[in-house]
Unconditional design. Structure first.
Length: 299
């Protein structure tokens, strides 16, 4: 069951990555992508009354627990800000492989903070999954900008820390209680952005001039991203963080698969290498990842 939820994340995030690239290129090419985070915070804010209604115990945790759970939301938003700034200057298929850092940081932080130790089979499965994803990433001749590489390193470390903290408090309290306060943290991040006059003016201008596109496309994108995030976090309650992170790292494969499909059937939206050699490399990567997933599941 955990595997199904774990795969929901990379599939949703791959779709979201292509939508993010479209939104950034279309509306944020020459502006700060921090404004885009306001939409994320508003979506989380809209869910708070429903969670509080269905889960009356949201105010039961201690103030310390509430503070840390809220901080996980702030951390998540900070990680996504690094990601959006990376994708602003690089192609989606070039940024996606850098999410592998989440697996490595997740393994270290889960061991340090949660005391999780993987079985040999699970560890081997995680290694195979990462190797398979890297197989698809290598040989593309892409040159990553230092700012993008270090930015994504910060993104994946913060994301891994937020995931580990989320699991700790979700186990101690409740999944939806932790999710509630995580959304509160995301909302606070959005309010902080809106408190800055320049960002507030830019947000209002975008909503006025591109209301339908931003609210429709970005609204759907945020729901897709939210579903993926909740799926992965729920999977982390059922399996070790490092294994779930490894499965979630298959986002890169889905990004390339979607990009290939778009290149073949909607080339105006995406351009990917669809040569025979590249397609064979992707097939090999898929086989390696499948073997890794089977090992991780058995472990």
């Amino acid at each position: 069951m955990w595997l199904l939820f774990a795969f929901l994340g990379p599939l949703a995030w791959a779709v979201s990555t292509h939508i993010d690239k479209y939104l950034v290129d279309r509306y944020f090419r020459d502006s700060d992508t921090a404004v885009l985070m306001v939409f994320t915070s508003l979506l989380g804010l809209s869910f708070l009354p429903f969670i509080a209604l269905l889960q009356p115990g949201v105010f039961a945790p201690s103030l310390k627990a509430i503070a840390v759970m809220t901080a996980t939301g702030v951390l998540y938003m900070g990680a996504m800000l690094f990601y959006l700034r990376a994708i602003q200057s690089e192609e989606a298929s070039a940024v996606a492989p850098l999410f592998q850092g989440t697996t490595l940081f997740g393994f270290a932080l889960a061991w340090l903070l949660l005391g999780e130790v993987l079985s040999r089979q699970a560890a081997a499965g995680a290694v195979l999954i990462v190797a398979g994803v890297l197989t698809v990433s290598l040989g593309r001749g892409a040159r990553f900008k230092p700012r993008v590489v270090f930015g994504m390193a910060a993104c994946t470390f913060i994301l891994a820390l937020a995931n580990v903290l989320f699991k700790f408090y979700a186990i101690e309290t409740d999944f939806w209680v932790t999710t509630f306060w995580t959304f509160v943290g995301e909302a606070l991040f959005g309010f902080a952005i809106m408190a800055l006059p320049s960002y507030r003016r830019h947000f209002v201008h975008l909503v006025k001039t591109h209301t339908g596109a931003l609210l429709g496309v970005n609204g759907a994108n945020e729901l897709i991203n939210l579903g993926g995030g909740l799926g992965v976090r729920y999977a982390m309650l059922l399996a070790p963080v490092a294994v779930v992170s490894a499965v979630a790292s298959t986002t890169t494969l889905f990004v390339f698969a979607i990009g290939t499909g778009l290149s073949l059937f909607a080339p105006q939206l995406s351009q990917e290498d669809v040569s025979r050699a590249n397609l064979l490399r992707k097939a090999a990567a898929a086989a390696i990842v499948t073997a890794g997933v089977l090992l991780a599941r058995q472990g």
